[in-house]
Design a protein around this ligand. Structure first.
Ligand code: DX5
Ligand code: ZN
Length: 217
C-alpha cells in the first residue's frame, strides 16, 4: 500500500522569502507543495494568484497542489496550468457546473480535485467520484491557517473512503486544516492519503524535522 503523502501549505511560510522556503521544502520529505489561492469572495481572505505560483515554480522540484478557494474557477483554469499547477482543486460550493469544470481541468492535462467544506456531505460527490483524482476534505472552515481541527472529519473520511472503494475510484483523500502529529495517525487510519499542514510545519522550530515527523508517523 502507498504510504501517505505530506503537502506543506505555503500559506504559513515567510512570503518575503519564498525562494528559501521552496528550497527548504525541496530538501525535505514533503511530497507536494500545497498552494492556497483565496479571492476574498468565496472565503473572507485574500492570498495570491498566478504570478506568485509561477515565481515559486522556478525554485521547486515537487508537485504543485493548487487549492482554489475562489468563485468562478473556470475563468482561470488555463492560467493556473500555465503558472505551474499539477493538481487543481476547486470547491464543490463554488461550482454550479462541477462536471464541466472537472472536464476542463482534465483537458488541460492536470489532475483534478474537489474540496468539500466542513458542512458539505460527501454524498454530493457520488455521481462524479470516478472522474476525480483527489477529494480534499476541509477539516477547518477555509480562509485561514492556524485554526483548530474539526473532529467530525474522521467520520467523514471513513464514509468517503467507503464510497471510493465501492465505486472503484482511484481518488486520493486529502485532509486540510488543523493537521498535527496528534491527529495524523488517526486520519491515516480513517483513510486519508494526503495530509496538508501549514502552521504546524512553518511555525515549528525546525520545519524539515516536522515534515519528517509527519511523514514517518
Ligand atoms: C485554509 C487552507 C489551508 C491552510 C491550512 O483555508 O486551505 O491549506 O493553509 O493551515 P493549517 O495547517 O495551519 O490549518
Ligand atoms: Zn488548502
Amino acid at each position: 500500500m502507498m504510504s501517505h503523502l505530506i503537502a506543506p501549505s505555503i500559506l504559513s511560510s515567510d512570503f518575503a522569502n519564498l525562494q528559501a522556503e521552496s528550497e527548504m521544502l525541496n530538501n525535505s520529505e514533503a511530497d507536494w507543495f500545497h498552494i492556497d489561492v483565496m479571492d476574498g469572495v468565496f472565503v473572507p481572505n485574500l492570498t495570491f494568484g498566478m504570478p506568485v505560483i509561477k515565481a515559486i515554480k522556478k525554485h521547486s522540484n515537487k508537485t504543485f497542489d493548487v487549492h482554489l478557494m475562489i468563485v468562478e474557477p473556470d475563468k482561470f483554469i488555463k492560467d493556473f496550468k500555465a503558472a505551474g499547477a499539477d493538481i487543481l482543486t476547486v470547491h464543490y460550493e463554488a461550482c454550479n457546473h462541477l462536471h464541466r469544470t472537472i472536464q476542463a481541468i482534465k483537458a488541460e492535462g492536470m489532475k483534478t480535485g474537489v474540496a468539500l467544506n466542513p458542512h458539505t456531505n460527501i454524498n454530493v460527490l457520488e455521481d462524479i467520484i470516478t472522474d476525480l483524482d483527489l477529494v480534499l476534505i476541509m477539516s477547518v472552515n477555509p480562509g485561514f491557517g492556524g485554526q483548530s481541527f474539526i473532529e467530525n472529519t474522521y467520520k467523514k473520511v471513513k464514509a468517503l473512503k467507503e464510497m471510493i472503494v465501492r465505486y472503484g475510484s482511484t481518488a486520493l483523500i486529502e485532509i486540510d486544516g488543523g493537521v498535527t502529529s496528534k491527529n495524523a495517525r488517526q486520519l491515516i487510519d480513517a483513510g486519508a492519503d494526503v495530509l496538508v499542514a501549514g502552521s504546524f510545519v512553518f511555525n515549528s522550530e525546525n520545519p524539515i524535522n516536522t515534515i519528517k515527523e509527519l511523514k514517518n508517523i
